[in-house]
Design a protein around this ligand. Structure first.
Ligand SMILES: [Zn+2]
Length: 445
């Protein structure tokens, strides 16, 4: 039920699968292709309005409950015929009573040293108000809400659905045919539904364009405050992308910037980037983006050996200079980070800050260059690159762990200085706001 509620905020391409069975939700993750509409974020809001007419959720009902003592599992049979199994140890660990849980913080009070991980049960039963009651062998009594239990069912489909609700890891892959989801800057600041649609599209698609911001400094900071706070780095709370004398970063020149992620010289690179156009060059300065996850998937298919090298070999990155204060950064990163389940987690690549120090064996040097070149070649294919030119008042928000962005060279002149203001945020803060907005928007329905 809660899956279908949240699915209203998924881009249209994902919607069919997420509103279907939970186990099908992840199939959408691997579905590349163009967005059916270029104004996904705006459309999503409309869908939400239409969806608000739906019926309130029926509460889950427990038909029967029993203890399987030999397996130390509790079996719950639901009114719809489904069954769920819960280990005794997990149930005892997650007792929701005031003695075991600090209600005001929703945090566990029960200490691990006080948890009997071999506990048995005396009685399990369904209470008059349809809750599940467990009396443990030490007489402690735990009472569980059926909705709470159902969400925490250990079946693979339920676990996958819960993870999808928490993290929105289903991604929508794209190529040059993408029409970037677009929303209104003021609306995102003032309207919770618009803000939610923006953040969901930012997560799913990886890039959202906001129009209508004032063409003056301070707007990226306002947008960051909508979420929580921005991420301070050595380039300051926010930073000014301009052609600068004695530039301390290649971005602060008028030259071409090849596709890169920002700040791989930090072990924990910023997750999200905002760029606000205050002034654009008359000639050149177009922006380019590619979907690094989609490109990595293509590389894995076309050149598995290159993919293996880029996901296993650590490269050194460096960044030295003075800005907010002086800095001398070193980091070690794989160009393509996978999570422990082998899923794409983060791209770390900036050719400007890739160190001349290369801590790999002699015989690995040439294979590394071959692999990196293969990945860059995939990213440079015209069919994979989205190009756009920002105008004053435009603000682009994108996933810096996934997208690679670049810039075409521009003609720098004193009569009209190209000027962008940028800021970073992290995904933890963005996802936190997304969950809160989802909660408040649903309550309004
Ligand atoms: Zn308790």
């Amino acid at each position: 039920m809660w899956m279908s509620k949240f699915a209203r905020f998924a881009p249209p391409a994902l919607q069919r699968s997420t509103s279907a069975m939970a186990c099908q939700a992840l199939r959408a993750r691997r579905t590349p292709g163009p967005l059916p509409s270029g104004r996904a974020a705006v459309q999503l809001r409309r869908q939400h309005t239409l969806g608000s007419a739906s019926l309130p959720l029926a509460r889950l009902s427990v038909r029967h409950v029993r203890a399987l003592d030999d397996k130390r599992l509790m079996e719950v049979e639901w009114e719809d015929g489904g069954q769920s199994l819960y280990p005794f140890t997990w149930l005892r660990d997650n007792c929701q009573c005031p003695q075991c849980t600090l209600q005001s913080a929703k945090a566990r009070k029960l200490l691990m040293s006080d948890l009997d991980i071999y506990t048995g049960v005396n009685v399990v039963e369904v209470t008059n108000d349809n809750k599940v009651s467990v009396v443990w062998t030490d007489q402690h009594n735990s009472v569980f809400d059926p909705d709470w239990l159902k969400k925490r069912c250990f079946s693979p489909a339920a676990r996958q659905a819960m993870q999808e609700e928490l993290f929105l890891n289903g991604r929508y892959y794209w190529d040059s045919t993408l029409r970037i989801p677009t929303a209104d800057f003021q609306e995102v600041l003032s309207d919770d539904k618009a803000a939610l649609a923006w953040l969901v599209a930012l997560r799913r698609v990886g890039i959202v364009y906001l129009r209508g911001a004032p063409a003056e400094r301070g707007q990226v900071a306002r947008l960051a405050e909508r979420i929580g706070y921005l991420r301070l780095t050595f380039y300051g709370h926010t930073w000014q992308v301009q052609d600068k004398y004695m530039a301390n970063n290649v971005a602060y020149t008028s030259g071409r910037l090849s596709h890169h992620t920002d700040y791989p010289a930090l072990h924990f690179a910023p997750g999200v980037q905002f760029l606000h156009c205050i002034n654009q060059a008359v000639e050149g300065g177009e922006s380019e983006v590619v979907d690094g996850f989609h490109m990595a998937e293509q590389l894995q298919r076309e050149d598995p050996e290159a993919f293996r090298v880029l996901t296993t070999l650590q490269v050194d990155f460096t960044d030295t200079g003075t800005d907010y204060c002086d800095f001398m950064l070193q980091s070690k990163k794989c160009i393509i980070d996978l999570d422990p389940k082998g899923r794409l987690a983060r791209i770390n690549y900036n050719n400007a800050t890739r160190d001349s120090v290369l801590d790999v064996a002699l015989h690995e040097v040439q294979p590394f260059y071959r692999a990196l070149k293969a990945y860059v070649d995939v990213m440079n294919r015209p069919e994979n690159v989205v190009t756009y030119k920002m105008e004053p008042g435009d603000l682009v928000t994108f996933d810096n762990w996934r997208l690679l962005h670049g810039r075409r060279s521009y003609v720098s002149g004193p009569e009209r200085l190209r000027h962008l203001e940028g800021a970073y945020l992290d995904w933890d803060e963005v996802m936190s706001r997304l969950r809160i907005l989802r909660h408040s928007v649903q309550e309004d329905m």
